[in-house]
Ligand binder design. Structure first.
Ligand SMILES: [Zn+2]
Length: 246
């Protein structure tokens, strides 16, 4: 007599193992994602700081040239003062010189304050870089942890995935589709019936159904309450049998 639910029982058995492997990863995948986002933000902050620093450096190097030019002009005007023919010309030159001097002074003050800003930004940049280094170290530790868990799982996961595919390819497509759809909602899409109850939602199953399940193994039954596929308790999954498929 064909037991229609048997391939489902096998799938449920294997999926439980595969789900456990996935759970062993715990929150590692989420932690890695979170750390990657933090690193992204830290890098953006560093780029902002570097942009401001570059602006300041550009300003300072332009200002240095301007200061030299102002000084040259001032020197020339001072030379000209020796050649003036009257007081009016002398005073006019004096006025120009004093304008140049005050421009020079203003620019020097601005340069000094930019210098202080640059110093502070360099300190900030150093802090931001060490924050980034810590984050990157954290991330590589998380990756290492992930790799350790993955390495211990890879072989087993591959084996059970292989067995799963064989069972899936071998079973009724519609039945597999139903199982897969339930699994979208409920991880344990197919459950055993124990003491006349569904082991998914723990509600009682009518006596009549229990009897039908026993007498009609070619039929598929599911829980009226939670929709899970029901596996009678007398359906056994032979683990060695499954392993032999791998
Ligand atoms: Zn149920």
């Amino acid at each position: 007599m064909k037991i229609s639910i048997l391939p489902i029982a096998k799938l449920a058995f294997i999926d439980k193992i595969l789900d456990e492997y996935k759970n062993d990863m715990g929150d590692l995948p989420d932690l890695i994602k979170g750390k990657e986002a933090e690193i992204h933000n830290a890098k953006a902050k560093i780029m902002d700081t570097e942009t401001i620093l570059n602006d300041i450096r550009e300003f300072v190097s332009t200002a240095k040239l301007t200061l030299v030019t102002l000084k040259d002009k001032e020197d020339k005007l001072i030379q000209q003062q020796f050649l003036v023919r009257n007081n009016k010309e002398f005073d006019a030159l004096s006025a120009e010189i004093s304008t140049l001097k005050s421009e020079h002074e203003k620019l020097s003050v601005a340069m000094r304050s930019e210098g202080v800003k640059e110093e502070n930004l360099l300190k900030l940049l150093e802090e931001q870089n060490s924050t980034l280094a810590v984050l990157q170290q954290d991330l590589s530790e998380l990756h290492a942890q992930y790799d350790v868990v993955a390495a211990s799982q890879n072989e087993e996961v591959a084996k059970y995935s292989r067995i799963r595919k064989i069972i899936k390819d071998d079973m009724d497509e519609e039945l597999y589709g139903r199982y897969a759809r339930i699994r979208n909602r409920l991880e344990d899409a197919a459950v055993y019936v124990q003491r006349d109850s569904c082991m998914g939602c723990y509600r009682a199953i009518p006596k009549q159904i229990i009897v039908e399940m026993r007498n009609q193994p070619e039929r598929i039954f599911w829980c009226e309450h939670c929709g899970r596929l029901l596996i009678p308790d007398w359906v056994e999954v032979d683990e060695d049998d499954l392993e032999s498929l791998a």
